[in-house]
Write a protein that binds this ligand. Structure first.
Ligand SMILES: Cc1cc2nc3c(=O)[nH]c(=O)nc-3n(C[C@H](O)[C@H](O)[C@H](O)COP(=O)(O)OP(=O)(O)OC[C@H]3O[C@@H](n4cnc5c(N)ncnc54)[C@H](O)[C@@H]3O)c2cc1C
Length: 451
């Protein structure tokens, strides 16, 4: 049994606390914010996330699958909305697999409730980590109106998000580190429920309004309402000089912009412009670093180790897989042997963290403009057909990432193979007419075999 400090009680820190305490460790979670269950921490900053396979695996091991399932809504398809409001539905998989939509705030609150129930977990709110002594696994925390306090532990785990204080200290050692802001910021736009909590859009779809340089998305909440997120450049790009949070500033500008570009959403959100004016913008930052561990004393999990752009919906899922893998390493090496555990964790996870970063950037392009591209839609149809006929030979990249535990590194490599094959398949004369033919099938599998 070890004394473990977790810095950060967000989505990853709260789950990790449950997993480690259930193994018999004494866990203290220090969270910078006040208790979000008793404050309006999420107001105007709500986002909905999708939980997918890797997330469910970790939640199952923690004994939390059922509780979390109860606050989620299954999402089986993307539904795109074109500038005229015309919709098109694209299932995520040919075998009816779903991602599960959940409000970030509700999930975090539920996990904090669950963590508090496990003997051995103590939650400390309002404590900001300002420094770490890595060799001693000591965290220094400040709380408004109190003297700074030093907390000594056997191990300190940084689950403190993209701007991690634990990571900052590790950067002073031999850490490789890269940080990049996406040009896009994001903002919450809530969609109301219809009469009697009915939904005004299909709740089992991720709704997307892709407009190449900006995009609106909506995910259902389970009570008829949706939580939407508007992604738009922080500063308008030359290619779309009117679309930027710096350009759409006044109420009149916002009203005209929203009405023009998202007419069907505008029609069902009576206060869309007021929300735009009221809700703050958030930044999207990408972080890659390595190593993620310091001797037998410290490690990073979740966004602290790998902040990625949110367009694969895998940031939290990858963080949950970090927790799951750490648990497996404890199984393999023993709960008292953190030197070996952390080394093995680092070896298994860092490359996968980099791969999900690459995959997320790739899906950013796909969601932003490709979902509205006929060539992309044709490719999806061909891939679905290949998967249906030859499931042992062709599983699309999206399914590998969202519906299996295949290491992200391998999924990325497989996706790159598919790209090379599909480039040649899409170049076949008359492909739009004969995409379901045996000729196309044969060619794709032959190319795949040779790649
Ligand atoms: C718009 C958007 C959509 C997304 N959609 C998805 C999705 O569909 N699926 C998915 O899997 N992921 C998604 N993500 C990513 C997901 O939100 C993150 O990957 C996830 O929140 C990471 O969890 P975390 O606990 O590592 O970090 P965080 O959620 O950032 O939590 C870190 C916690 O640490 C605390 N903290 C920070 N600094 C300190 C300090 N110095 N001392 C003490 N406490 C500290 C913070 O207050 C916070 O509570 C999305 C993100 C965005 C922005």
């Amino acid at each position: 049994m070890k004394n473990i400090t977790i810095v950060g009680g967000g989505l990853v820190g709260s789950l990790l606390a449950v997993l480690l305490a259930k193994r018999g460790h004494k866990v203290d979670v220090y969270e910078r914010r006040d208790d979000p269950r008793t404050t309006k921490a999420w107001e105007g900053r709500s986002i909905n996330l999708v939980v997918s396979h890797r997330g469910w695996e970790a939640l199952r091991v923690a004994g939390l699958e059922e509780a979390v399932r109860g606050i989620t809504v299954p999402v089986f398809a993307r539904m795109t909305h074109d500038p005229e409001g015309k919709t098109s539905r694209q299932p995520y998989s040919i075998d009816n697999k779903a991602n599960w939509s959940v409000s970030r705030g509700r999930l975090n609150n539920l996990l904090l409730d669950e963590a508090e129930k496990v003997p051995g977990v103590t939650l400390h709110f309002g404590y900001r980590c300002v420094d770490v002594d890595l060799d001693k696994a000591a965290g220094i925390f400040v709380r408004k109106g109190e003297e700074a306090k030093t907390v000594l532990a056997d191990v300190i785990l940084g689950c403190d998000g993209a701007f991690s204080a634990v990571r900052l200290k590790m950067q002073f050692g031999r850490m490789n580190y890269q940080q990049e802001y996406l040009e896009h910021d994001y903002k919450e736009i809530a969609f109301p429920a219809g009469p009697d909590s009915s939904s005004l859009m299909d709740p089992q779809c991720l709704h997307i309004w892709p407009r190449r340089y900006y995009m609106l998305m909506g995910l259902a909440n389970g009570n008829g309402s949706f939580t939407g997120t508007l992604f738009m450049p922080h500063q308008a790009l030359p290619e779309a000089p009117d679309a930027g949070f710096d350009k759409v500033r006044t109420e009149a500008q916002a009203d005209a912009f929203l009405k023009k570009h998202f007419p069907d959403a505008y029609a069902i959100i009576p206060d869309m412009t007021a929300q735009y004016m009221r809700n703050p913008e958030g930044n999207l930052v990408m972080v890659r670093c390595s190593p993620w561990v310091h001797k037998d004393k410290a490690a990073l999990l979740g966004d602290a180790a790998h902040a990625v752009v949110p367009f694969y919906g895998e940031g939290m899922n990858a963080g949950y897989e970090d927790c799951h893998v750490l648990g497996k390493m404890l199984d393999a090496h023993g709960d008292d042997n953190w030197g070996a555990v952390l080394q093995a964790y680092n070896e298994q996870r860092v490359a996968n963290g980099h791969a999900i970063a690459d995959l997320s950037v790739r899906n950013y392009t796909e969601m932003r403009d490709l979902v509205a591209d006929p060539r992309f839609l044709l490719r999806k149809k061909i891939e679905g057909h290949l998967q249906a006929k030859h499931p042992d030979q062709w599983m699309p990249l999206y399914s590998l990432v969202k519906f299996t535990s295949m290491p992200y590194v391998d999924a990325l490599r497989e996706g790159q193979r598919h790209d090379r094959v599909m480039e040649q398949v899409l170049a076949m004369p008359g492909i739009a007419e004969k995409w379901e033919s045996e000729e196309v099938e044969r060619k794709a599998l032959e190319l795949l075999g040779k790649d």
